[in-house]
Write a protein that binds this ligand. Structure first.
Ligand SMILES: Nc1ncnc2c1ncn2[C@@H]1O[C@H](COP(=O)(O)OP(=O)(O)OP(=O)(O)O)[C@@H](O)[C@H]1O
Ligand SMILES: [Mg+2]
Length: 175
């Protein structure tokens, strides 16, 4: 099993979530798979808006790809934003050509990554969002695989520099 590192924080507003996304976006090198988990309205799309901004995609164009299933943006590196919520079966995924985006160049951000329709690579960056209150969310960032650990370290370096969210604990290996 690949190494797993995680970090948790509280996000006190949508702005905090977007800011964390921006740190992630600024830390990406291209080709990373970002698996986003969390119930309805926990902020997955909000986070992707920040990620896009961090990748230098104009932020206002990022909306949920709920109906078209995938959006592709051109930033510093390409970004594919996928929402599996409405996808019911594998053929639909094949139809949108999901595997074409897993090309090692494109950053692929996947909402509802836990639907079990898509086989995710062992090396991936996971974001778990959950409701704490109307505006507060808990976030867990998990780096799976050595390369993703570097990504997590870069995100935390930026976070520590700006302290946009209150850290609950520092990054540490949990397995
Ligand atoms: N701390 C927060 N982080 C993120 N969103 C927040 C926060 N506080 C309030 N919100 C609001 O919650 C909503 C989150 O919506 P968003 O579309 O980002 O969630 P989602 O997880 O993508 O939902 P869905 O499962 O429907 O795709 C937005 O209206 C946002 O303004
Ligand atoms: Mg969404």
């Amino acid at each position: 099993m690949s190494e797993l590192y995680e970090w948790r924080a509280l996000l006190r507003s949508a702005t905090d979530t977007e800011q964390l996304g921006r740190f992630i976006g600024q830390s990406l090198q291209g080709g990373e798979v970002l698996a986003l988990y969390g119930e309805l309205g926990t902020g997955k799309t909000t986070l992707v808006r920040g990620i896009a901004a961090g990748l230098e995609v104009p932020p206002h164009i990022v909306n949920s790809p709920t109906f078209v299933l995938i959006h592709e943006y051109q930033g510093r590196v390409p970004l594919a934003h996928v929402d599996l919520y409405r996808i019911e079966a594998q053929p639909e995924l094949q139809h949108i050509g999901i595997s074409d985006y897993l090309d090692g160049q494109t950053v692929v951000a996947i909402e509802w990554a836990d639907k079990g329709l898509l086989e995710l690579p062992d090396n991936r960056f996971e974001v778990y969002l959950s409701h704490r209150s109307a505006r507060t969310r808990k976030v867990i960032l998990r780096a799976r695989g050595t390369a993703m650990r570097g990504l997590l370290a870069r995100v935390l370096k930026q976070h520590e520099a700006l302290k946009a969210a209150d850290s609950l604990q520092l990054a540490r290996p949990i397995r």
